[in-house]
Design a protein around this ligand. Sequence first.
Ligand code: IPM
Ligand code: MN
Length: 358
Amino acid sequence: MSKSYNIAVMGGDGTGPEVIAEGLKVLNAAASKYDVKLNLTKYDFGGERYMKTGELLPESGIEELKKQDAIYLGAIGHPEVKPGILELGILLRLRFALDQYINLRPVKLYPNVETPLKDKGPEQIDFVVVRENTGGIYTGIGGAAQKGTPNEVATQVMVYTRPIVDRCIKYAYELTKKRNSKKKMLTLVHKCNVLTHCGDLWVRAHKEMGDKYYKDIKQDYAHVDATTMWFVKNPEFFDVIVTENLFGDIITDLGAMIQGGMGIAAGGNINPEGVSMFEPIGGSAPKYTGKNVINPLAAINAGAMMMETLGEVKMAKTIDDAVTAVLASGKIKSMSAGKMGLSTSEVGDLIAEAVSGK
Ligand code: IPM
Ligand code: MN
């Protein structure tokens, strides 16, 4: 009997719908190969809907999304909406409402993809960042006083509890255990020399869980500032990184750059016990909207990650192998929008054909 999955499709803003269309093309090709059925439901949450109706993400929308198996998201962000409104009201709202406490961001350089790092290739750039996704400064706890006066005060607090840290570290250890890498090393990234409370909590949680349950996994620690240096100097050192929310946000933009740019970087907002959401991490790229020039590979990779998380490991691998093969063929000239030498839909066609084995 064929397996079926209910997928919420949220193209969102800008180039989001274009790249999601290519992702779906590839997912459908892979689904028919593995006798998997994808029941797609489209949602129009995003900047356009907000401008028309004033509505961001209604409670009823969240309740509907909770009933899906996964969410496939294009991009949120509209040039005519004040920065922060859509990001907080839709993207962060969903991460919190669905308790997607892991943000999984692989940093993998595919063959023939240009990295700005001299003398580094696919062998050297292949690690994963596990970013904590519902705590830290992103909880929004804090406040402001005497706004607009010379003595204005503002605070935004880094909030962590032991259970929130533990569940994230557990996910990261499990991933390190099952990941196909010889290093078997989990690096905790923090700033414990300055953040003596939150840093200390993460350091002890990482060590205690590793000592007790994951003796075969090497424990490693790096300060976040030094990590940005290692990403450039010695990316081959890393296997799996686990880090708190804001540090993870920052280092994964650098990670995306060393793997060839936003055109290829995918991420998953994961609730291992609930509904997860997958997205290309590059944003809505308004200036390329509707031009058929944006790179859909990040969205395609996000689709593969979605299927892997749903348990369709073979299907995910087939997509990843197709991406690798097409890139190795040299048919895609660059990862940058407008420079691929092919259109968005042509890249989607190539990957879908490689998936089908045509
Ligand atoms: C990301 C983004 C978001 C974040 C923004 C848009 C709220 O930068 O997914 O990395 O900070 O998490
Ligand atoms: Mn970010």
